[in-house]
Design a binder for this molecule. Structure first.
Ligand SMILES: Nc1ncnc2c1ncn2[C@@H]1O[C@H](COP(=O)(O)OP(=O)(O)OP(=O)(O)O)[C@@H](O)[C@H]1O
Ligand SMILES: [Mg+2]
Length: 359
């Protein structure tokens, strides 16, 4: 079976690494000559919306998926006539636009921060009446790692925020003073079979995910499953989905969803019976889903901009290194490590050690 992936970054690379033991082959579409998944997959080097390249991808593959949301909808709809694309273009259309996404949350009674469309400076001036201070101005599309966001504290911030972001469609969101950030990942197959992973508890630094801990038996597990289930069913979803949540005084608010494998689920490679990557492939190929039970205790740390010394990492028990073979650049995710341990206390000790190795 040949799997096509739009995007050739680390998520595509880890999908391929999970798929080879199942006998799958991979073709990635990515304009970058040094796309890190291209080291192990066939590479169509062209723009993500290049019609001829998309057509070739569809011709060569049995199923197509994508590793990020900024994929051309018309392109996806066109190739979907030839080869199945999962998650569906509807799932993609909703999740790549923060306004559509939050509107769907509201329709499904999924609590979400207060929000409002910002189409003019007057809308921005009016926003604090609804959102209060401080509030966030975000681009509706193309945001990742906290990019395209402006936190406004008072009226003096309105002009600079507008100047920074007004060239794009925008949304205003109330700022949530959350106690915790968590995410839930689930895999769903066409026949509705669904598997939920244990919750991830996430910490960000400068808007970029820094650390995710697997939290088996977390008290928010059932409430979070209930929320993502509504999205999976409404969208008749196929593949892995992630839902990012804020916990505020024991209540969950949905921040955003991702129609793909997710950074907060990287610990599943070693820390779950079946990884998110393998389950995404199983789901889109309509194969039985694998068990999502945790294997011991685990946590994942991202390597941003630089990698620790490999020898230092490998010296430690329970550390599993993933270097993405990407050029090192400040603010860029270039690898991660998962730590695993038989007890929670041992995990914390190993994690502290790993954090000290970060450059
Ligand atoms: N309304 C909010 N209130 C408080 N903090 C927020 C809010 N929105 C976002 N944040 C913080 O900023 C982080 C990044 O925001 P968000 O998830 O919306 O953007 P993103 O660029 O898509 O990020 P990522 O690529 O990491 O998912 C959140 O994980 C959270 O820590
Ligand atoms: Mg996010």
């Amino acid at each position: 079976m040949n799997v096509g992936i739009i995007g050739g970054g680390q998520l595509a690379r880890m999908l391929a690494l999970a798929g080879y033991p199942l006998g799958l082959r991979f073709v990635v579409l990515d304009p970058a000559p040094d796309a890190c998944a291209a080291q192990l997959c066939d590479h169509l080097q062209a723009a993500y919306d290049d019609p001829a390249a998309l057509e070739e991808l569809a011709r060569r593959c049995d199923v197509i998926t994508y590793e990020f949301e900024n994929v051309s909808l018309t392109g996806v709809d066109k190739i979907a006539e030839v080869t199945a694309v999962y998650p569906s273009s509807r799932s993609l259309a909703v999740s790549r636009d923060r306004l559509r996404e939050k509107t769907l949350f509201r329709e499904l009674d999924i609590p979400t921060p207060q929000f409002v469309a910002i189409d003019s400076f007057a809308d921005l001036e009016n926003a604090p009446k609804l959102l209060g201070w401080p509030f966030l101005l975000k681009t509706r599309r193309f945001g990742y790692d906290g990019k395209g966001q402006y936190l406004l504290y008072n009226a003096g911030d309105l002009q600079p925020a507008w100047q920074a972001l007004a060239s794009q469609s925008l949304i205003g969101e109330s700022f949530v003073p959350f106690q915790r950030e968590i995410s839930i990942l689930a895999a769903r197959r066409k026949n509705g079979e669904t598997a939920f992973y244990p919750l991830s508890e996430n910490q960000h630094q400068n808007g970029i995910l820094h650390l995710s801990r697997c939290r088996p038996d977390d008290p928010q597990t059932k409430p979070a499953e209930n929320l993502i289930q509504r999205l999976l069913e409404t969208l008749d979803y196929v593949g892995v989905m992630a839902l990012e949540l804020f916990e505020v005084h024991g209540k969950l608010l949905a921040n955003e969803m991702a129609p793909r494998v997710h950074n907060s689920g990287h610990w599943t490679i070693e820390g779950a019976e079946t990884s998110q990557f393998e389950n995404h492939l199983r789901a889109i190929l309509d194969l039985p889903l694998g068990a999502t039970e945790p294997v011991n205790y685990s946590a994942m740390v991202n390597f941003i901009g630089a990698l620790p010394e490999l020898a230092d990492l490998l010296e430690q028990p329970g550390i599993h290194c993933h270097a993405y073979s990407k050029a090192l650049r400040p603010g860029r995710k270039v690898g991660h490590a998962t730590v695993r341990a038989p007890t929670e206390a041992a995990l914390e000790a190993r994690l502290n050690h790993l954090l000290k190795l970060l450059p």
